[in-house]
Design a protein. Structure first.
Length: 404
């Protein structure tokens, strides 16, 4: 019988004494990784020796050159200005079909953006392209089109919410001066952003910079300096109003961080109000409208039936006293939704290029997903609560419609 070998001493491959330290190691690693700065997106760079302020961003697999020009445009606030703006905007969009280089036109309250596209190897004249766009638009600026737009505005103006908005816009009109004719608006130097493929030579950017400098010799105009609001209260008597109410607050000077606080507060307040069973018969409309580096945020309360004064007072008092604890869950949900929407935007190249142009116009950086998430993480319910309370704080503009 063979002799049995003695058992060897057991030596584990991984010493269990290390397990008690593993949790600390993992926690430290998580903290280290979470504190790493967010990875930024590539930002457009000023073209070398640029005199026009042209910026350039090169992108893989771009089939055409793209030049986005954003012109300052004061908002159209009075009824006549709004009708004229709508008429000119409609005519510009129609004239695109007559222009081989203009791809899109976007006209917001404070910005007219014109996008030019052309294939590599093609010489383009910015002056001729813009002149052709404007000249062709006059063919669509007809008396018939003007009458149709006027009729549409007349029908809309009798609606309670539109009555409130018209009155509110009228109160802001004195802060801005109309642009006059379209040709006058397009005579001022725009914010200019060029997108090309990486393979394109820098000579193109230099040529375009010279064209822009010659076409727009004066520096880009600054955003208008606005006087801070003073409290205003107005009551309008109408036949069909149902005790509708508007409250508006002026936005603070634009910045990435402040911008997100105001945006979040709109969505958080909307979710909160929709969840209140006492307000099922009441409609709430929240609008956040930047204009240049300021703007406004407003709340409209309305209903298909008459709102009892007591209910309107209850809603106002509740909004004015909202606590952070009442908003915490809504804030978490809104942050997640906004982050998903922003990720979707970044994955869509067409929308991303437009975002670059918009951010450059307002002199802000375009944020990556991680940067955007980091901005959202810095905002807490106390900041949102304070922003919401501004709707019924000092220096607000409030307008109430009441039946005669």
């Amino acid at each position: 019988m063979s002799e049995q070998q003695p058992l060897k001493e057991y030596r584990p491959i991984f010493n269990r004494s290390y397990l008690k330290y593993l949790g600390f190691v993992v926690a430290i690693a998580i903290i280290f990784l979470s504190e790493r700065p967010p990875q930024p997106l590539e930002q457009p760079l000023l073209v070398a020796q640029s005199k026009s302020g042209l910026r350039l961003l090169q992108i893989d697999t771009l089939q055409q050159h793209r030049l986005l020009l954003s012109f300052n445009s004061n908002p159209a606030l009075t009824p006549s200005e709004q009708r004229q703006r709508q008429l000119s905007y409609q005519a510009l969009r129609k004239s695109i079909s007559d222009n081989q280089y203009v791809k899109t036109v976007l006209w917001t309250l404070d910005r007219l953006e014109i996008e030019l596209r052309w294939p590599p190897g093609t010489d383009i004249s910015i002056a001729d392209t813009l002149r052709l766009l404007v000249d062709n638009s006059y063919r669509y600026n007809s008396a018939a089109a003007e009458k149709l737009i006027a009729a549409q505005y007349y029908l809309q103006s009798s609606q309670p919410q539109q009555l409130l908005l018209n009155s509110f816009n009228q109160s802001l009109a004195s802060d801005y001066h109309g642009d006059g004719r379209l040709q006058q608006l397009l005579s001022k130097r725009p914010s200019a952003l060029l997108f090309t493929a990486h393979s394109d030579q820098t000579q193109l950017a230099s040529d375009l910079d010279r064209q822009l400098t010659a076409l727009f010799p004066l520096p880009r105009t600054e955003f208008p300096m606005l006087v801070s609001w003073q409290a205003k209260h107005r009551v309008l008597d109408t036949r069909n109003a149902q005790n509708s109410f508007l409250s508006a607050v002026q936005l603070e000077k634009l910045s990435d961080g402040r911008d997100q606080v105001e945006l979040l507060s709109n969505f958080v307040l909307s979710r909160y109000l929709q969840a209140q069973s006492d307000y099922k018969t009441v409609d709430f409309r929240l609008i956040r409208q930047p204009i240049y580096d300021r703007g406004y945020q407003l709340l409209i309360i309305s209903s298909a039936t008459a709102i009892a004064p007591q209910l309107l007072q209850q809603i106002s008092s509740e909004i004015a006293s909202l606590s952070p604890g009442q908003l915490e869950d809504h804030l978490l949900m809104v942050k997640e939704q906004l982050l998903q929407q922003y990720q979707s935007l970044l994955e869509d190249r067409e929308r991303l290029l437009k975002l670059y142009s918009k951010k450059q116009f307002y002199q802000l950086n375009t944020l990556s997903r991680s940067e955007y998430a980091a901005h959202l993480d810095t905002i807490d319910a106390e900041q949102i609560s304070a922003q919401i309370r501004n709707f019924f704080g000092e220096n607000t503009i409030s307008i109430r419609l009441q039946q005669r």
